[in-house]
Design a protein around this ligand. Structure first.
Ligand code: SAM
Ligand code: SF4
Length: 325
């Protein structure tokens, strides 16, 4: 089988697809209060386009597809689409990243679509702080969504928290307890400098500092076997006393470029070979021609330009909601 291997020998077998640039939240670290200009329906990839794209990427050795956004569940028809994709490509792993606000409605159908894993973003358990960080969100809906996902039997649910100094850095203990009680794996993420106007250096907390802040009394030991996704950027730790587990994603301080296995597709069908590199390859027209050979060629060309490390590229000012995280 063909494989996607870049000039630094990295095997690219994981594709993150943004299915929409729209979102029902306006998280302060992700986009400005007024939101961002949205693409029209004609501009974004249709489900048939995405299916064709997944087929071609599967032939190139991609085994895991994560659907993200904006908020993926605000796009109509996503869950039936995932079900169809699962039936057509039974060998792939399907993952979803969501703010969970609409999970109450969709958790059952997502379980039926046999998604392999679910990442839920939640930064605080305090209703007022939640309303302030999301600007438009209500925590009750998110908590109901998390309960619904557990009840529906969705496996491998992770809770992703962007740790922001002065906002939620004193809440790790509560979040850990919440994760434990709900059978979720908590991961703390370094606040990433995606957009100059949004990133605040003083609010950034490095992974090393996060590790030193972990509660629990006992020692936190690095685990290499449990929960370690071969394709994930997180380092996992286990508290020897409580048995709690936690992941830390150090995308800024100790980036994982050397082992990066991922590519990204934006809602309008452009391939981004590195999260921090604004340079994209537009694929929509080629996808719509339904010419697998031409699409393969364009993908291979884009892959050959994947930077060695994000330090080597000039970060653009694109909001995370447009890239999908
Ligand atoms: N709306 C969905 C959600 O929030 O899960 C999916 C898209 S969102 C862009 C994907 C992830 O990116 C979320 O976990 C969010 O917390 C994270 N994110 C957004 N802006 C970020 C930033 N500046 N630094 C670190 N993570 C960020
Ligand atoms: Fe929307 Fe997710 Fe960005 Fe929050 S982090 S504004 S939920 S896309």
């Amino acid at each position: 089988m063909a494989e996607l291997i870049d000039q630094y020998g990295r095997r690219l077998n994981y594709l993150r697809i943004s299915v929409t640039d729209r979102c029902n939240f306006r998280c302060t670290y992700c986009m400005p209060a007024e939101g961002v200009p949205c693409l029209s329906h004609e501009e974004i990839l249709r489900y048939e386009d995405i299916k064709f794209l997944c087929r071609v990427f599967t032939e190139l050795g991609v085994v895991k597809f994560r659907f993200t956004g904006g908020e993926p569940l605000v796009r109509k028809g996503l869950v039936p689409f995932l079900k169809e994709l699962r039936e057509e490509l039974p060998g792939i792993k399907i993952a979803l990243t969501t703010n969970a606000s609409l999970l109450g409605e969709y958790a059952g159908a997502l379980a039926q679509a046999k998604i392999d894993s679910l990442n839920i973003s939640l930064d605080t358990l305090d209703p007022e702080k939640f309303a302030s960080v999301t600007r438009t969100g209500k925590i009750e809906a998110v908590l109901a969504g998390i309960r619904a996902a557990g009840k529906a039997g969705i496996k491998n649910i992770k809770l992703n928290t962007v740790l922001v100094r002065g906002f939620n850095d004193h809440e790790i203990c509560e979040l850990l307890k919440f994760a434990r009680e709900n059978g979720l794996l908590l991961r703390l993420i370094e606040f990433m400098p995606i957009e100059d106007g949004i990133w605040d250096k003083s609010a950034y907390i490095s992974g090393e500092e996060i590790l030193s802040m972990l509660p629990g009394g006992g020692k936190w030991e690095k685990t290499f076997t449990e929960h370690k996704d071969a394709d994930g950027p997180a380092e996992y730790y286990r508290n020897e006393k409580s048995g709690d587990r936690i992941g830390i994603i150090t995308a800024v301080s100790n980036h994982f470029c050397k082992n990066c296995n991922r590519l990204r597709i934006s809602a309008e069908g452009s391939l981004r070979s590195c999260l921090f590199n604004p340079r994209e390859t537009a694929l929509k027209e080629i996808i719509r021609m339904r010419d697998p050979a031409a699409l393969r060629e364009a993908i291979l060309r884009a892959v050959s330009e994947k930077p060695r490390c994000w330090n080597d590229v000039k970060t653009g000012s694109l909001h995370m909601s447009g890239i999908g995280g």
